[in-house]
Design a protein. Sequence first.
Length: 131
Amino acid sequence: MSAYGPIEYRDASPEVRAVFDDIKRARQVDDVNNFWKYLARDPATLKRTWESVKEVMATGRLDAVTKEMIYLAVSVTNGCGYCIASHGAAARKAGMTEEMFGELMAVVGMANETNRLANGYRVPIDAAFGS
């Protein structure tokens, strides 16, 4: 639990409200989630993080469901329960099925297992893989 509570919209500075409003508009939600409310304790971090998220998660060569599934996979690996919940919901909203989720978790589990084995055995990189 954080030593400091969330900043609710009614208590937010105009600077924070502007970011909250942008998040609500972009995500088509009535309120921002707790992540943003806690970041609002530091308005510069809130704004910088939101701008980065908007840029990185915008559809480009990768579609929304792919980006959300990658985010979910990294969140599982990093053990961030909050991000697993948030990006799991976002991935489902973007079109991830339960079958896709199952395959994703199989890949995440396998990658984590083989990564640990390769690191533990200190396996040298094959020349065929390039530099």
